[in-house]
Ligand binder design. Structure first.
Ligand SMILES: Cc1cc2nc3c(=O)[nH]c(=O)nc-3n(C[C@H](O)[C@H](O)[C@H](O)COP(=O)(O)OP(=O)(O)OC[C@H]3O[C@@H](n4cnc5c(N)ncnc54)[C@H](O)[C@@H]3O)c2cc1C
Length: 405
């Protein structure tokens, strides 16, 4: 529990890892290095309350700078780590400085996947990953502006909701035949499709983007079917690329993320990794996955801290996630891929329901909209691999609690 632990990447996982080490009684030196200039911050509000202006910058911070100092965590922001020398147990920063480590944790997250079409480099083409992205975007996020969003995943839909609330004219383009196709079933996709259309979003499904037209600024998005969508602001939300280059360059195993085991351990016994940058083993599923969520980053960080402290805490959490759009709080638990039946409890028309995904009669995932209780109980059902009678699940006169006990 002594020596030096260096954490590369001062985001959710990095900050949580540093805190978890101190909570576990780690008495060594902790250095947390991040290339962004801000204090580590939460990203979820970037596409929600921070974009809408309801939350100020300080509301994003996971902790104040003083709180890191108080726990003797050396926070170094605005500096990038450029290489790792595993044999020397040292890393080099972009300014040439060398920092030695006994244990190294990589929490480098990911970056927004870029659009690589002609015209995609124009200044009014935006991404939603960092505070700086939103600072750049906010000036253009004004009523009556024509906003075209490319990508119908969570970030695209959350931005669409804020756009509508702010008074922009919003069009959303998704290349796949339905919204949220990669993360949920057709029922929920259809529900969000109709909510957004009702609110005034012009949704174009099943058609890709061919080019962005314009000189100094992008003035229109040209779709593959020839449609021309005039635009003042364009936001691209087409996924994330894990930041694995540092790991790759020093010879760690990488395959769609830095490969880690149940204990956040990479292929080097002195190097761990956690969060969006990892392709990790999950004990609950007994397989490998890459997830992009705060709960996953936090849990993996706790696991990595335990490993550094010589304890064995396996990563076996059931994934969960949330999304806020308009007045809708979506909370999801489990992974619905492979389900053979969906049972809806409550009313989609009333914006208050939970969709239970069953596989061979077992609840494998729950998507709850404005139903926190169903979400909490759904978590227990998924974690306990409970078998449920679909008729009872759907029947609101039957207390859900009675099905969990
Ligand atoms: C707009 C938006 C909305 C979201 N909404 C939700 C939500 O509602 N619910 C939810 O659960 N999740 C949400 N997420 C996902 C969640 O924010 C991420 O899963 C989480 O931030 C992952 O944490 P992380 O520490 O792994 O990575 P990050 O938060 O990306 O942190 C990694 C940090 O490492 C830095 N870094 C990378 N390479 C280097 C280097 N070589 N040297 C120094 N620093 C480096 C990066 O710049 C970054 O600051 C959202 C994400 C976004 C972008």
């Amino acid at each position: 529990m002594s020596g030096t632990t260096v954490i590369v990447g001062a985001g959710q996982a990095g900050s949580d890892l540093a805190s978890a080490l101190r909570q576990a009684g780690y008495g060594g030196r902790i250095v947390l290095i991040g290339d962004e200039t801000s204090v580590p911050y939460r990203r979820p509000p970037l596409s929600k309350a921070f974009l809408s202006g309801e939350m100020g910058e300080e509301g994003l911070y996971i902790k104040t700078r003083e709180a890191y100092a108080k726990h003797d965590i050396e926070l170094r922001t605005g500096v990038s780590v450029s290489s790792i020398d595993r044999a020397a147990h040292a890393l080099t920063l972009a300014d040439g400085e060398t920092v030695g480590y006994d244990k190294l944790a990589l929490t480098t997250g990911g970056r927004a996947r870029r659009l690589t079409l002609p015209g995609a480099d124009k200044p009014n083409v935006h991404y939603v990953r960092t505070i700086d992205d939103i600072r750049r975007l906010r000036d253009q996020f004004r009523p009556e502006q024509r906003l075209v969003i490319i990508g119908g995943g969570y970030i695209g839909l959350e931005v669409a909701a804020v756009g509508i609330k702010t008074g922009l004219k919003v069009t959303l383009v998704e290349a796949l035949p339905r919204l949220l196709a990669r993360v949920t079933g057709p029922e929920l996709s259809q529900y969000y499709d109709s909510v957004h259309r009702r609110k005034g979003v012009d949704i174009r499904l099943g058609v890709g983007v061919q080019a962005l037209e314009g000189d100094a600024q992008a003035e229109a998005v040209i779709l593959q079917d020839g449609t021309r969508l005039p635009a003042d602001v364009i936001i691209v939300g087409i996924g994330l690329i894990p930041n694995t280059e540092l790991a790759e360059r020093c010879g760690l195993a990488v395959d769609n993320g830095i490969i880690v085991d149940l204990y956040s351990q990479t292929s080097d016994p002195d190097i761990l990794a956690a969060g969006d940058c990892t392709n990790h083993e999950n004990g609950f599923f007994g397989r490998r996955m890459r997830l992009e969520s705060v709960p996953n980053a936090s849990e993996q960080a706790r696991v990595a801290a335990a490993t550094i402290c010589g304890k064995q805490l396996a990563h076996a959490g059931v994934p969960w996630f949330w999304s806020d759009q308009y007045h809708l709080k979506l909370q999801m638990v489990g992974l619905s891929n492979g389900h053979d039946r969906v049972v809806v409890r409550g009313s989609m028309e009333a914006d208050s329901f939970a969709a239970f995904y069953l596989q061979d009669g077992i609840v494998i995932a729950v998507d709850a909209v404005n139903r926190p209780q169903e979400f909490m109980l759904g978590k227990k059902m998924v974690a306990g691999r409970l078998r449920s009678d679909p008729a009872l699940l759907a029947d609101e006169s039957v207390a859900l609690k009675s099905l969990v006990a």
